[in-house]
Design a protein around this ligand. Structure first.
Ligand SMILES: NC(=O)c1ccc[n+]([C@@H]2O[C@H](COP(=O)([O-])OP(=O)(O)OC[C@H]3O[C@@H](n4cnc5c(N)ncnc54)[C@H](OP(=O)(O)O)[C@@H]3O)[C@@H](O)[C@H]2O)c1
Length: 327
């Protein structure tokens, strides 16, 4: 497995594993299968697991904690704070204050059963809290050894610069994929300029870009995608052509659409480490194999040209979910 470096010194496998769906958002969970996926990821050389305190709350961190306790693996753990939710409720609020960061960090360390979080992200910046205050609080946690590196999710380029001036930011995590390329305008160039890593989340468009989801897909209970504007029946119908084009080009390349989508992200910069999410062994193995696919400049350009000309229907979040995005 190739390695990539986020920021100045956080070296991780070229793709990580998104663990969110092991707890909620994409249908029912199965802890035994998820534990097998985590173990197989290690065997395949994936050493970068992505979680957050609000996934499940707080099932996902506890599940990873269980895995770490039994396997004692050499793995980098990225987790997040700042979206406050009660178990069983979707209602949420944002809190990026330094005092909250400290309490949340200590709770995450306990659930994960570790002494240090490798990469601690602000999950969403609350615009009422100056980013400088948040960063000073996080810098203190670095000094105390509770966290090793600091990350920010869904921030604007301006907030990123202000944050980085207080303490080095190791990685930005924001949605980025063939159908969500907003970060190319300012955030990604800023990361490249400042030597900051970039971690694309939902790199498979929450599964849509794999071609396996269609307007008649029955998402079932516990799947939040039908609530997202981009996954309404009408939007999925309109967006169908995007998945089809990726499917056609993947076929031509001899890869799967998921692999082509990940290979494209990997080709966009050495500082990029996508974290495809899955709770299934077969998807994990398929996605991991994307690291051995190389796109030529011509293939990259053709894929971009073919998808760019297809406008995407539907926002990626509801208005409530857009709070704290590009903050
Ligand atoms: N910072 C943030 O605000 C934020 C937001 C969202 C996500 N994240 C992080 O990013 C990670 C990845 O994003 P994501 O999970 O939202 O989206 P994703 O990786 O784009 O897609 C995940 C979905 O695609 C399916 N899938 C995975 N590989 C597949 C394959 N090869 N073929 C067909 N379907 C496949 C999964 O199915 P199964 O579920 O059936 O395995 C799951 O439903 C998350 O796990 C989480 O850690 C962060």
């Amino acid at each position: 497995m190739q390695q990539r470096t986020l920021g100045s010194d956080l070296t991780v496998s070229a793709i990580g594993l998104g663990c969110m769906g092991m707890s909620e958002f994409y249908g029912p969970r199965d802890d035994s299968e998820s534990l097998r996926v985590l173990a197989r990821a290690l065997e395949l050389g994936i050493d970068f697991f992505d979680t957050a305190d609000m996934y499940g709350p707080h099932h996902n961190e506890a599940l990873i904690g269980r895995f770490l306790a039994s396997h004692k693996p050499k793995v980098r753990i990225a987790t997040k704070f700042g979206i406050v939710r009660n178990p069983g409720e979707y209602q949420r609020s944002l809190n990026s204050s330094a005092a909250y960061a400290r309490n949340a960090c200590e709770a995450s360390l306990r659930r994960l059963g570790i002494e240090q979080i490798d990469l601690y992200y602000v999950h969403r910046v609350n615009p009422d809290t100056p980013i400088e205050e948040t960063m000073e609080g996080l810098a203190q946690l670095v000094k105390e050894g509770k966290i090793a590196h600091i990350g920010l999710c869904e921030v604007s380029a301006d907030t990123l610069r202000r944050a980085h001036a207080v303490h080095p930011v190791t990685a930005v995590q924001t949605e980025y994929s063939l159908w969500t390329r907003d970060v190319e305008q300012a955030v990604l160039p800023t990361c490249q300029e400042l030597g900051i890593g970039f971690v694309p989340y939902s790199p498979l468009g929450r599964g849509f870009l794999t071609g396996k989801l269609q307007e008649n897909t029955d998402f079932g209970e516990g799947d939040f995608r039908p609530n997202l504007p981009r996954f309404s029946e009408q939007a999925m119908h309109a967006n169908r052509r995007i998945a089809d084009v990726i499917g056609e080009m993947a076929n031509h390349k001899g890869s799967t659409p998921a692999q082509l989508s990940l290979a494209w992200l990997l080709s966009k910069g050495d500082n990029i480490v996508p974290i495809p999410g899955t709770k299934r062994l077969r998807y994990l193995e398929e996605n991991t194999a994307a690291t051995s696919i190389t796109l030529s400049a011509d293939e990259q350009q053709r894929l971009e040209a073919a998808t760019e000309r297809l406008p995407v229907t539907g926002e990626r979040y509801t208005p409530e979910g857009m709070k704290g995005v590009n903050a």
